[in-house]
Design a protein around this ligand. Structure first.
Ligand code: ATP
Length: 254
C-alpha cells in the first residue's frame, strides 16, 4: 500500500470557489516529490489537507492506512507526529535558542505538563545535536534563533521537523525567502537527509528548475486540479508553459 493516497480530494474555503477539485495521486514511501503551479493554484492548501491543518471538503486522504478526514483528536495528534512540516517563514520561536526550537518538535510526544516544563530525555537531546550537526549548524545550538541568517533558521526548521521522527515531511515553499546560495544549501540538505533517513518528502516550489533538479517526481497544479504528474524528464518546456497557463484544467498527457 502507498504511504499516501489522495482520492477525489476537494477543498472549498467558502461556498463559491473550489480551491482543490478531484485531486488524485499516490505517494510511495521514500519518494521526493515537488508540487509546482501558478500562485493560487492550491499548492499550500493541498499540503494543509494532508495533515488536516484545514478540513477536507470532499474525497479522502489516506495516510499510512488512516483516513485523515475522520480522525479523532488523539489520532490526529498521532498523525501530526508522523508528518513533519517545514514553512516558508520557518515558524520558529525567535527568542528561544536553536536547540530549544528543535526540541519543540518532540512536543507531540509529550504531556502538556512535560512540554510546559521543557522536559526532554538525554536521547532526545542527543538526537537534536545529531540533526544540527548533520545540517551543519551544531555550533549555533545555544544561540537565539533571531541571531541566525534565514538559511540557518530554515535548517533549524528542518531539524525540528525531523526530530519528530516523521514518515513524511511537507515543505511549503521552504526556499521562497532565501537567496540562491542559501536555497541550494537547503535543498541539498533536504534531499540528502530525507533520503538517508528514508523519509518521504513533498515540497511546494515556485522555482521549476529547482523542482527538476531535486525531485523524482513532479506534480503540477493549476486552478485546483492536477494537470501534470510525471518525472522531471517528462517535464518539457511546453508542459511547463501549460502548467502555468491560464487555460489548463485538463491533465497534460505524458
Ligand atoms: N484560509 C483561507 N481562507 C480562504 N481562502 C483561502 C485560504 N487559504 C487560501 N485561500 C485561497 O485558496 C486559493 C489557493 O491558495 P493556496 O495558498 O493554496 O495556493 P498556492 O498555490 O499555495 O499559492 P501561492 O503559490 O501563491 O502560495 C487562493 O485563491 C487563496 O486565496
Amino acid at each position: 500500500m502507498s504511504l499516501l493516497q489522495v482520492v477525489g480530494l476537494g477543498k472549498s474555503y467558502d461556498t463559491e470557489t473550489k480551491v482543490l477539485e478531484n485531486v488524485n495521486f499516490d505517494i510511495e514511501a521514500g519518494e521526493f516529490v515537488s508540487i509546482i503551479g501558478p500562485s493560487g493554484a492550491g499548492k499550500s492548501t493541498l499540503l494543509r489537507c494532508i495533515n488536516r491543518m484545514v478540513t477536507i471538503s470532499e474525497g479522502n486522504v489516506l495516510f499510512d492506512g488512516a483516513n485523515v478526514g475522520t480522525l479523532g483528536k488523539k489520532q490526529l495528534r498521532r498523525l501530526r507526529t508522523n508528518i513533519g512540516m517545514v514553512f516558508q517563514h520557518y515558524n520558529l520561536v525567535p527568542r528561544l535558542t536553536v536547540i530549544e526550537n528543535v526540541l519543540h518538535g518532540r512536543f507531540g510526544y509529550k504531556t502538556t505538563l512535560q512540554g510546559f516544563l521543557g522536559r526532554f530525555t538525554e536521547q532526545e537531546k542527543k538526537r537534536a545535536f545529531y540533526l544540527l550537526q548533520k545540517l551543519g549548524i551544531e555550533e549555533h545550538a545555544y544561540k537565539r534563533c533571531d541571531q541566525l541568517s534565514g538559511g540557518q533558521q530554515q535548517r533549524v526548521g528542518i531539524a525540528r521537523a525531523l526530530i519528530q521522527d516523521p514518515k513524511l515531511v511537507l515543505c511549503d515553499e521552504p526556499i521562497a525567502s532565501l537567496d540562491p546560495n542559501a536555497s541550494k544549501v537547503i535543498m541539498d540538505h533536504l534531499k540528502s537527509i530525507t533520503s538517508e533517513l528514508g523519509i518521504t518528502c513533498m515540497v511546494n516550489l515556485h522555482q521549476v528548475e529547482v523542482a527538476q533538479q531535486y525531485s523524482d517526481r513532479i506534480i503540477g497544479l493549476n486552478q485546483g486540479k492536477v494537470v501534470f504528474d510525471g518525472s522531471n524528464h517528462q517535464l518539457t518546456d511546453d508542459r511547463i508553459n501549460r502548467i502555468y497557463g491560464t487555460q489548463t484544467r485538463e491533465l497534460i498527457t505524458v
